[in-house]
Every structure is written in structure tokens, then in C-alpha cells.
Design a protein. Structure first.
Length: 248
């Protein structure tokens, strides 16, 4: 397999990877760009060099309006999730969820459950026959923080921290952190336990921008569940690699 670039256009950021054949060599996260000229200013020099060298670029986007500038690049392939051989994929399912599930199954085995912690926190599962069983979507960590800040008059804007906050907080900032942390971690535990009851031999993989943070919380709050969950922040790029394998 030749070298290639992968780009995930998310709701908040751009996620890039450079793959030298089968192995992911480097990854980057950047802000969104309105034009190719603006892109040249926000990209790492190494990444921009690869882009200018017209290395094949595979793009998966959940923001159609942000995809247009890459269509002008001759090396661009827009990934079509419908070509991925998962059964029962529904028409409005995001290509990011499809790629993550496909990458998980191909690299860790089916059945599998993917927990993707980005702008949204998603749960997506497939059985041993590569058939989509279903999933769920809820607001991610930072989206919940932003919702409280922008839609209330008196609550402060805060950031999540790696240190676990007490469940029973004694100030407003800590109370917000507690509410978000413990409900999200409880959701992960609940969905994981339910999935493993149905598919005891399944792999469970946590990915996304907040994966490492949520893994820390899980380790402290529900260590038994955490032992059953693998963390792979490159899962979407593994999905792109497998997509290239079946479409080349």
C-alpha cells in the first residue's frame, strides 16, 4: 500500500493522519479552514508538505460545507460509508461512526462496541456477522459544558480537568464537573454492561478526542468496567486504512 493522508472533518476540528503504507506514522489536530490559503497557515509544515506533494488524501466528513475546499485537490477521495461491508447500516448514519466500527471490527474482531467521545458521545455496536445492532448518541463532555454556559445566566464557563472531582461538590464549578463526569461515566458503564451481557466475547473500544480523559475517570470510578475497555485514539484512521484495502 502506498503512502496516504487521512482527514476526518469533525464538528469541532480537523483530524489528520499520515500513513506510510500500513502503519500510521503521525497524526495532527487542527482548526477548521475556510480556504486552501487559510489551510496553509494552520497546518504543521510536515503535513502541508505531504498535502502539496499530492499524496492520496482520503476524506471522511460529517460537515458537508467544510468538505468543499478539499474537492479542489486532485488527490482527494471522499469516503462513501455505504461501500463499507457492514450489514444494516441506515441511510443517515454518519461516516465517522461507520469507519470507527469497521476499523474496530477489522483490527480487534467482531462483535465489537465502539464508544466515540468527540463533540458527541456515541455508542455503536455490531455482531459477529458484521451486522449493525444499533447505538446511541448523546452530547459529549465539552458540548455539555458549553450548553450550560451558553444557556444559563449565572453558571461559569469551565474546563474539564484530569483529576477526578468529588461527586458531592461544594462549589458551582465542581458541581458542574461532577454532574457531567459522573453521568457520562455512568452512561458508559450502563451501555457497556448491557452490550457485554448480549455479546460476552465482544471487544469494547473507546476512541475520540476525550478518550484518554474518560479512560482516567473510568479507571478511578469503575475500574472493573475500565478493564474491559480498550483505548485506541486512531480508530477512525484504522477504519480509513481498511476502507482503502477494500476499495483499492
Amino acid at each position: 500500500m502506498q503512502s496516504w493522508l487521512g482527514l476526518i472533518i469533525g464538528n469541532s476540528r480537523l483530524h489528520w493522519c499520515y500513513c506510510d503504507g500500513e502503519k500510521i506514522q503521525q497524526t495532527w489536530n487542527t482548526s477548521q479552514a475556510e480556504s486552501l490559503a487559510e489551510l496553509s497557515h494552520i497546518l504543521d509544515k510536515t503535513l502541508y508538505f505531504h498535502l502539496k506533494a499530492q499524496i492520496p488524501l482520503y476524506v471522511a466528513s460529517v460537515v458537508p460545507s467544510a468538505t468543499k475546499i478539499y474537492l479542489s485537490l486532485p488527490q482527494t477521495t471522499i469516503i462513501n460509508g455505504k461501500t463499507i461491508p457492514l450489514q444494516d447500516i441506515y441511510s443517515t448514519m454518519g461516516v465517522d461512526r461507520i469507519l470507527a466500527l469497521w476499523g474496530a471490527g477489522c483490527n480487534y474482531g467482531f462483535p465489537c462496541l465502539v464508544i466515540d467521545s468527540g463533540t458527541a458521545l456515541t455508542f455503536t455496536g455490531a455482531d459477529e456477522n458484521k451486522k449493525l445492532i444499533g447505538g446511541a448518541i448523546l452530547p459529549g463532555v465539552r458540548l455539555q459544558l458549553q450548553t450550560l454556559f451558553f444557556n444559563t445566566a449565572a453558571l461559569p464557563e469551565i474546563e474539564m480537568i484530569s483529576e477526578i472531582t468529588p461527586r458531592w461538590a461544594k462549589n458551582t464549578s465542581s458541581a458542574i464537573q461532577s454532574g457531567i463526569i459522573y453521568t457520562i461515566i455512568a452512561s458508559i458503564r450502563d451501555f457497556t454492561e448491557d452490550w457485554l451481557q448480549k455479546y460476552p466475547q465482544s471487544q469494547v473500544i473507546l476512541t475520540g478526542g476525550d478518550a484518554l480523559l474518560l479512560n482516567q475517570y473510568l479507571e478511578e470510578i469503575f475500574p472493573d468496567i475500565n478493564k474491559q475497555i480498550k483505548v485506541d485514539t486512531n480508530l477512525l484512521f484504522l477504519g480509513i486504512k481498511e476502507y482503502i484495502n477494500i476499495t483499492s
